[in-house]
Write a protein that binds this ligand. Structure first.
Ligand code: ZN
Length: 239
C-alpha cells in the first residue's frame, strides 16, 4: 500500500502532480494553503479539479482521498510581496521577482509533512521546478533534498519528497499530462487550472484563462505554444 500527499494549489503544475500521484500510488490525499494570495481564485478551482479528475480514470476516483486546506494567513502578514499585496510585479535589486514569498515552499513542506505524519502518508509530491526558473530559490532541487533530510531528522520519519516536474519545462509538463491522462486531462488542465498571479480569469486564451501579461501567464503561454508545436511536428499536423 503506497500512500501520498500532493501539494495541490489548483494550478497547472500541481494538477499534473496530482495525476502523477494518482497513476502511481494506491491512496492519494491533497493539501492546499490559503495565505492571502492575490490569486486566491486558484483555491476555488481546487474542488472543481478534484471532482473532474475522478472522471478521467475509475482507478483514480478510487484512489483520491481527503483534501486538507490549511489557513496560513500569517504568511501573508509577514511577507510584503506582490503575491499578497496589490502592487506591480517587478524584479528587485537582488534579482528575485517581488512575487517571491521568502521560504514559502519550506513552510508548505513543513506543514505538509506534519499532516502526512498524522495521516501515515510516506510520499509527499510537489510541483517545484528548476527548469523554468522563475527566481524562486526554494524550488531548487538542492533545497528540496535538504528539506527532506531536515524533515526526516526532525520528525523521525522516512518521507520521500517527490518533484516529478523538477527537470521539465512547461511544454514537457503538458506532454506529461497527456501521457498520464490523455486529451481529457489536457482539457481539464487547460480549462480549470489557474496560474495567473493577478487572479484574472475573465479572458480565455488558447492556453487557458489569465491576464496574459504577468510572468506566470507569459510562462504558461510560451509552454503551451511549444507543446503544440512539438505535437504538430510529431503528428505532421498543424498545431
Ligand atoms: Zn496573469
Amino acid at each position: 500500500m503506497t500512500q501520498a500527499l500532493v501539494l495541490f494549489s489548483g494550478g497547472q503544475d500541481s494538477t499534473t502532480c496530482l495525476a502523477f500521484a494518482l497513476a502511481r500510488f494506491n491512496h492519494v490525499e491533497t493539501i492546499g494553503f490559503d495565505y492571502g494570495q492575490r490569486h486566491r481564485i486558484e483555491l476555488d478551482q481546487r474542488g472543481r479539479i478534484r471532482e473532474q479528475i475522478k472522471t478521467i480514470d475509475p482507478l483514480w476516483a478510487q484512489r483520491l482521498g481527503d483534501d486538507h486546506l490549511i489557513d496560513l494567513g500569517v504568511l501573508g502578514q509577514i511577507s510584503a510581496t506582490a503575491m499578497t499585496r496589490d502592487v506591480a510585479i517587478t524584479i528587485e535589486a537582488n534579482g528575485l521577482p517581488n512575487t517571491f514569498v521568502p521560504g514559502r515552499n519550506l513552510v508548505f513542506l513543513a506543514f505538509a509533512a506534519a499532516v502526512a505524519y498524522r495521516r501515515g502518508l510516506q510520499h509527499i509530491v510537489g510541483g517545484m521546478c528548476e527548469t523554468d526558473f522563475s527566481g524562486y530559490p526554494d524550488c531548487r532541487d538542492a533545497t528540496i533534498k535538504a528539506m527532506q533530510t531536515a524533515l526526516n531528522l526532525g520528525m523521525e520519519a522516512k518521507f520521500s519528497l517527490e518533484t516529478p516536474l523538477m527537470w521539465l519545462d512547461k511544454a514537457a509538463t503538458w506532454t506529461l499530462a497527456e501521457e498520464l491522462g490523455g486529451p481529457a486531462l489536457v482539457d481539464l488542465i487547460l480549462e480549470e487550472t489557474h496560474t495567473c498571479y493577478l487572479g484574472e480569469r475573465g479572458m480565455r486564451h488558447e492556453w487557458g484563462y489569465g491576464c496574459g501579461t504577468c510572468p506566470a501567464c507569459t510562462l504558461r503561454a510560451r509552454g503551451w505554444a511549444k507543446y503544440r508545436a512539438e505535437a504538430a511536428t510529431k503528428t505532421g499536423r498543424p498545431a
